[in-house]
Write a protein that binds this ligand. Structure first.
Ligand code: MN
Length: 492
């Protein structure tokens, strides 16, 4: 696969006293496989368990213990690779990456350097302004997570919790195809959405189940690539963006002062919004990688891969295309609705049996607007998709106006209840009986003869009468009927 080099939108360059700089970004995302058992042992992976209660003899690296590969984790890596439209390697193999950490008792991490399970792929990434970019995927490999060292429970000691030790991770490495912090954030957002659609990772960044290492370098546009620095373990979209911005400025400052960038691994301090040196950059040979003699190579049959491919759910890009083609939605509206699986499922339930565009508008403007304002997640929305479906249906059948619909939605939000029953019980049904509307209009015209006389010269003042009728009917008069009758009486 070939991805044409891309010159970033100039607005993404950092401009300084001595000219423009382009930022080059590549990401390594660690996504925890949504598996109940670890990659090489049957120990549980449940989050938040008592420390060291989910540790098998394999995870604790007792002498003579042998790892056994968890087939379910392999399947999730393959599914994710397929979602990334990537090469699935029928042959892959595990290697030992040797290093010492107190929370990694083996003294090495089992990873895949030479033969990863997934090779090159690509992903379309939508940006917040409606544009999109293509980001190349270098590889996806399986590896074990380490445990956790806890430094803040005792002033004089560090505690070690091995529950996370041996949990399966998918390391997804992008090509250096991003040119700004917002592009990097959009990439992580899309990747997160994709693994959540696939169900291969829950994407929970707060729990550290999806975290990013960010490689940043800067250069003069079109010039040679600069030396890069890697910022480790960023676990929120905001930190990813802030760390990139800070790091790019730091590097530009050094270069403009005539200095050189040292290739190194850095840590981002979320409190000071700065990066600092963690260690000077190691190369692969420092880890003495070699094939793990305890594990056989992984060979995947075509039949097995075909079964997995046949079982993939509809992914966001395909769903978006369907919404545009079959439902007539705009690209932008469709991409907002498919941005996560829950939103899309909710939308499809609201749209069931309804006008698809009306349902989309209702959801995007009213429901999502309210969720944003109240800072409520769609999964916790107090108004069910079925209730919204009923509201949209009443709008399209002229049972209620758009304005009354908002009222009904508010009632459902605060008091709960069935929208149709609310409309009946509270007499919110739209007045479409033209006789009743006409009677109201006659009364208002009779009470305001001067205003009525003005309308012929100033047709815009008709709006004043519309407002009066709507007020008199408590918002229940059908606005089209009101307009039509008023025009007939005052203009024609
Ligand atoms: Mn890794």
């Amino acid at each position: 696969m070939f991805i044409a080099p891309r010159v970033a939108d100039k607005s993404d360059w950092i401009t300084t006293d001595t000219g423009d700089w382009e930022i080059i970004i590549g990401l390594e995302v660690h996504a925890q496989v949504a598996s109940k058992a670890k990659l090489f042992s049957s120990a549980a992976t449940k989050y938040g368990a008592e420390p060291n209660t989910q540790v098998s003899l394999v995870d604790a690296a007792m002498p003579g213990m042998l790892p056994v590969l968890n087939e379910y984790c392999v399947e999730q890596a393959v599914r994710t690779g397929m979602g990334l439209q990537a090469q699935i390697n029928a042959f892959s193999r595990f290697d030992r990456k040797n290093y010492f950490y107190p929370d990694l008792p083996q003294g090495y991490q089992i990873s895949q350097l030479y033969h990863p399970i997934v090779g090159e792929g690509e992903m379309v990434v939508e940006l917040d302004d409606g544009d999109s970019i293509i980001v190349g995927i270098e590889r996806l490999h399986l590896e074990q997570d380490a445990g956790k060292s806890i430094h803040d429970l005792d002033p004089g000691a560090t505690y070690v919790d091995l529950n996370r030790c041996g949990v399966a991770l998918m390391e997804i490495v992008s090509k250096p195809d991003m040119r700004s912090a917002r592009e990097a954030a959009a990439y992580v957002r899309k990747l997160r959405s994709l693994v959540r659609y696939l169900g291969t990772c829950d994407g929970d960044m707060e729990k550290g189940n999806l975290r990013a290492d960010v490689n940043v370098s800067v250069r003069r546009p079109g010039g040679e690539l600069g030396t890069r620095c890697e910022i480790k373990n960023l676990n929120s979209m905001r930190f990813i963006q802030q760390a990139i911005e800070y790091e790019a400025r730091r590097q530009i400052q050094i270069l403009e002062d005539g200095g050189e960038i040292d290739q190194e691994t850095r840590l981002y301090n979320t409190e000071t919004n700065e990066t600092r040196t963690m260690r000077s950059k190691e190369d692969a040979h420092d880890y003495r990688y070699f094939p793990d003699p305890d594990l056989l190579p992984v060979k995947l049959s075509k039949e097995w891969l075909d079964t997995i491919a046949a079982d993939l759910p509809e992914l966001p890009d395909a769903k978006k295309a369907r919404y545009v083609k079959d439902f007539g939605l705009s690209e932008y509206d469709a991409s907002v609705l498919v941005s996560d699986r829950e939103k899309a499922a909710y939308y499809e339930e609201v749209a069931k049996g309804n006008d698809k565009k009306l349902a989309a508008n209702w959801l995007l403007n009213e429901v999502f607007g309210k969720l944003n304002k109240e800072n409520v997640d769609i999964n916790d929305c107090p108004v069910s998709a079925a209730a919204n479906c009923a509201i949209v249906s009443m709008i399209s059948k002229d049972v209620i106006s758009g304005k009354i619909a908002k009222q009904v939605f508010e009632i459902c939000w605060t008091e709960g209840g069935d929208p149709e029953a609310i409309v009946e019980e509270r007499g919110l049904r739209q007045v479409t009986d033209t006789g009743a509307i006409e009677a109201m209009i006659d009364e208002i015209i009779a009470a305001n003869p001067d205003q009525a006389a003005k309308v012929k010269d100033k047709p815009k003042t008709l709006g004043w009468f519309v407002g009066q009728v709507m007020q008199a009917s408590q918002g229940k008069a059908n606005p089209q009927a009101v307009n039509k009758i008023l025009r007939a009486k005052l203009l024609d």
